[in-house]
Write a protein that binds this ligand. Structure first.
Ligand SMILES: [Zn+2]
Length: 260
């Protein structure tokens, strides 16, 4: 089984980017800048690095290091435990790995909140950020981290930035390339054989990563079944309609139902 997971899955697990959870952690930033949600906060051009990292350290901590609000990911992996499983995801919160999926079975195509890279970038390496992020959250005052906590590239001294695919400065490091190769290998090994393509909470923002390849794989492989779980956006092209299962539901409801 090949699982493709998008933002809707993490939302269903309680990692919501707006509403009460957003207000609870960012009331000061909301008051000052009037962000509508955490997506917007992530793209905001903060006037200083100190303020930028006060925002980002909180964002990373609550979405990458704090416990996920519900056990949805664990329950999903439990249901899929017997399967020859590989997961492709555009999510950068690493919830699958945190729920116990071996990293050999995961390709996190768009990056990882837990990694930093040089903003230039002058070299193609990434750096674990957990200890520094926790320190920034603890030490920040009035929406600023102390200047000495602003992360700098150890090679060129430029500010570090998130290892997230936003533009062509995204660093694809060794770990990323290894995961990409494992994904390609999984796809190659299952070409023409029985395969379930399970798409969970993939929205319309970046269909070229999961949705379109899944549709193409289903169209090219008569033994493949395309299953799409998506609240409000479950659809499939006509050419694979008879081998598609479309559930207009949230992943949380589907997992609940399957668990009985
Ligand atoms: Zn650098």
């Amino acid at each position: 089984m090949l699982v493709g997971a998008g933002a809707g899955l993490s939302t269903a697990a309680g990692l919501t980017y707006s509403g009460a959870r957003f207000c609870e952690h960012f009331s000061d930033f909301i008051e000052k800048y009037d962000f509508p949600d955490m997506y917007s906060g992530g793209f905001f051009p903060f006037p200083t690095e100190e303020e930028r990292w006060a925002y980002w350290s909180r964002h990373i901590k609550i979405n990458r290091y704090d416990p996920v609000p519900t056990p949805l990911y664990e329950q999903l992996l439990e249901l899929l435990a017997e399967k020859d499983l590989f997961v492709l995801t555009t999510n950068v919160d690493h919830c699958f790995q945190r729920a116990g999926l071996p990293k050999e079975r995961l390709f996190y195509a768009q990056g990882d909140y837990g990694l930093w890279q040089c903003s230039v970038p002058c070299h193609a390496r990434t750096y674990d950020n957990e200890a520094q992020v926790r320190c920034m959250v603890a030490e920040q005052r009035n929406m600023r981290v102390p200047a000495e906590l602003v992360p700098r590239c150890p090679i060129c001294g430029a500010p570090m930035t998130m290892n997230l695919r936003a533009d062509d400065t995204f660093v694809e490091d060794e770990g990323w390339h290894a995961a990409a190769a494992r994904y390609q290998d999984f796809v190659r090994r299952h070409r023409g054989s029985r395969l379930i393509l399970l798409e969970l909470g993939v929205g319309g923002n970046t269909p070229v990563i999961i949705k379109f390849p899944f549709w193409r794989m289903a169209a090219e492989n008569p033994h493949a079944t395309y299953a799409c779980v998506n609240l409000g956006e479950a659809c499939a092209p006509a050419e694979i309609a008879e081998r598609s299962v479309l559930l207009d539901a949230s992943a949380a409801d589907v997992v609940d139902a399957l668990r009985g």
